[in-house]
Design a protein around this ligand. Structure first.
Ligand code: TTP
Ligand code: MG
Length: 381
């Protein structure tokens, strides 16, 4: 079954909400943002963009560029309220909605043709419902994956609708500048230019050795994107608040060594569950139940995202060490919360490559033979 993802992003969101609430502003250059001397522009209507005004610009400059603008300080509560209504429309179209920010979301509409006729019709429906029920325009990208859908929604703003078909994906993105790829900023762009690489098509044909020199160990992610490949799933936020596993032992544990051994096993299970659902988390909670049924929990929050077996194990051991074990242990549990979607490609660039490879290898086995087939050996001393 062909995968179809849409990315929907409201046009000039805060300014558009001001216009629906104050119809007399329609067609005017509306500029929303901090009104103090040092304030910056949050956003502005497309009419104001013609004067060169844009998000993050100092408000003083916006006044200079567009003196006739309508300057408003913004009402976050109201924008959140409208955002909620828009997300509600999305959830009525597909259960697989991943909200990315206040005004944008991915919807997975794979296999929903019976309901809508075609992916295009589902996308048109989203557009029409936002216009009819909210009163603002949205730009939509419809494509085989998240990367392409997000890129597509941006190509014909405002009120855009861009479809990238499966068989055309590579050709479609080939002429676009490399900076359209998330993760290619000014620096990487400069380096690519030294090799004469300006477009995504040229990037896709570049030697791996050169890409590795420019992007480091995770160059393959960039290469895949340049080829139009992106397998990240759309993750509905309401799916899970935490992911964890606990085990009651048939025989109570009576040493730190045994506890460590079991925590290693649990780390592998929890890590696998996190990764297979595309999550990473921030907080790890260790649960210990003694054989008298008294229970303690200890939590630790990491600064960086956690999803590798190693990181989970390290944190669990830190917590175990902070506990003065007072008797036989009947149950141990590890839970990861503060979950985040896998959208952040940056993570891929940060993670230790060897660790990542190892996790991928064991994940493949677990996916095939079941969660408990493999766990990492280690020294517990
Ligand atoms: P965006 O979707 O980036 O911008 P937009 O909806 O205003 O315009 P576009 O048509 O290009 O999508 O951001 C959504 C809202 O987030 C935007 O309306 C205001 C807010 N925002 C800021 O407050 N500061 C910023 O720098 C940006 C980029 C957005
Ligand atoms: Mg927007």
């Amino acid at each position: 079954m062909l995968r179809w993802i849409m990315h929907v992003d409201m046009d000039a969101f805060f300014a558009s909400v001001e216009v629906i609430d104050h119809p007399e502003l329609s067609g005017l250059p509306v500029i929303v943002g901090g009104q103090s001397l040092r304030g910056v522009v949050s956003t502005c209507s497309y009419e104001a963009r013609k004067f060169g005004v844009h998000s993050a610009m100092p408000m003083s400059l916006a006044h200079k560029l567009c003196p006739q603008g309508v300057f408003l300080s913004g009402r976050m509560d109201r924008y959140h309220q409208v955002s909620k209504k828009i997300m509600q429309i999305f959830y009525e179209i597909s259960p697989q909605v991943e909200q990315l920010s206040i005004d944008e979301a991915f919807l997975d509409i794979t296999g929903m043709d019976r309901l809508y006729g075609s992916p295009e019709q589902a996308a048109y429906l989203a557009k029409k419902r936002i216009k009819d029920e909210i009163g603002i325009t949205a730009s939509i990208g419809l494509a085989p994956n998240k990367f392409l859908a997000k890129m597509a929604s941006d190509l014909q703003k405002p009120n855009g609708f861009t479809i990238i078909k499966h068989q055309e994906a590579r050709k479609f993105i080939a002429p676009l500048p490399v900076t359209k790829i998330f993760g290619i900023g000014k620096n990487a762009n400069q380096k690519l230019l030294q090799f004469g690489i300006e477009t995504i098509g040229q990037l896709a044909l570049t030697d791996d050795a050169i890409l590795q020199r420019i992007f480091g160990k995770n160059f393959l992610v960039i290469k895949q994107l340049a080829l139009g490949i992106d397998n990240r799933p759309v993750i509905a936020h309401n799916e899970a608040k935490s992911i964890g596993k606990e085990i009651t032992f048939t025989k109570d544990l009576n040493s730190i060594k045994e506890c460590k051994e079991k925590l290693l096993f649990l780390s592998g299970l929890v890590g696998y569950r996190l990764r297979s659902k595309g999550y990473n988390g921030k907080t790890l909670t260790l649960k210990i139940k003694y054989n008298d049924f008294s229970t303690i929990t200890r939590s630790i929050t990491s600064e960086s995202n956690i999803n590798s077996d190693e990181n989970i194990y390290e944190l669990a051991i830190l917590l175990l060490k902070s506990v003065n074990l007072k008797g036989y242990v009947r149950l141990l549990g590890i839970t990861i919360s503060g979950l985040d979607k896998g959208e952040n490609l940056g993570l891929l660039f940060l993670e230790d490559e060897r660790q990542q490879k190892r996790n991928q290898a064991t994940d493949a086995l677990k996916a095939k033979f079941g969660e408990e087939i493999i766990f990492r050996g280690g020294r517990y001393g």
